[in-house]
Write a protein that binds this ligand. Structure first.
Ligand SMILES: [Zn+2]
Ligand SMILES: [Zn+2]
Length: 288
């Protein structure tokens, strides 16, 4: 099985004791590519995912500030994100969006920082990874207004809304990513959405260390368990887990214009503007 975990927080302290072993288990489970989300502990550490792309050829990264931390954002943080976004293995901006479930930052501030990061992601020509919880109407309205016109697309990560909202996202160029919560017995609504959407619009993720899939529920999640999400999607779509793994891997590569199978070892952090021009050539595949 060839799996792509489209969303994991591998820098988090939950992996402090066994991070290398955890990554080895992911490889052994068939994870060929992992998107390391770079939001880290917040604006005080904006390069949280960069060390992984420097060390591992199969890991790619994002940069961004999570809506939880929106209230801490200063202009200098946004400038630093734009600089980091030029790294050749930073392939997306996120996770950004709105979270009205926790409301860790005031909603107007979340919206402002969301808009600001969309503008910077557009300048960087990067797709965005959307975190949205209990805020779907506002989130999709903002995407329609500020993001759809860019044509850059992205991912609705850990999708938790209706089929109608998923279709709105797809119309704006988003892929819909399902996480471990789609495996829970009470989540039939999510499985119904996963069944109804076109296979070429689906992704799978773990959101490690959170949301461990059913067999490991309540424990720490890790990228190896993305296979469980593939199995769940396979069962609702009458496909084999291999077919779901292959299709979602293809979808991921198509969105990010990644080359066929594997990435050569990364160049160093010392990237420059010339490199940036090269790797963001308008069409064609990325070349690390
Ligand atoms: Zn999230
Ligand atoms: Zn996340």
């Amino acid at each position: 099985m060839e799996l792509i975990d489209s969303h994991a927080h591998i820098d988090f302290p939950q992996f402090a004791e066994d991070r290398e072993a955890m990554l080895d288990r992911a490889r052994a489970a068939g994870v060929t590519t992992l998107l390391a989300i770079g939001t880290g502990p917040g604006p005080e550490k904006l390069d949280s995912a960069i060390p992984f792309v420097e060390q591992y050829d199969w890991i790619v990264a994002t940069v961004g500030i999570h809506p939880h931390e929106a209230k801490e954002v200063k202009p200098a943080h946004l400038e630093e994100l734009s600089r980091l976004a030029k790294h050749p293995k930073v392939i997306a901006w996120g996770e950004i969006g709105l979270d009205y479930f926790y409301d860790h930052s005031p909603r107007e501030v979340q919206q402002k920082v969301f808009r600001e990061q969309m503008a910077l992601a557009e300048q960087a020509k990067l797709p965005i990874i959307i975190h949205c919880r209990d805020a779907w109407a506002d989130c999709l309205d903002m995407l329609e207004q500020f993001w759809k016109p860019t044509g850059l697309g992205g991912i609705l990560h850990c999708f938790s809304s209706t089929l109608e909202d998923a279709r709105r996202g797809i119309e704006m160029g988003f892929l819909i990513s399902f996480a471990g919560n789609s495996t829970y017995p009470k989540a039939q609504n999510l499985r119904d959405v996963a069944r109804a959407l076109p296979l070429e619009k689906l992704l799978i993720e773990t959101d490690s260390p959170y949301l461990a899939p059913q067999p490991f529920r309540g424990k720490r999640n890790e990228p190896a368990y993305v296979a469980e999400v593939a199995r769940t999607l396979a069962s609702v779509r009458n496909l084999s887990p291999d077919e779901v793994a292959a299709a979602t891997a293809d979808n991921f590569r198509r969105l990010f214009r990644l080359p066929g199978r594997r990435f050569p070892r990364s160049s160093s952090l010392e990237f420059d503007a010339a490199q940036e021009e090269g790797h963001r050539a308008a069409d064609g595949e990325r070349d690390f």
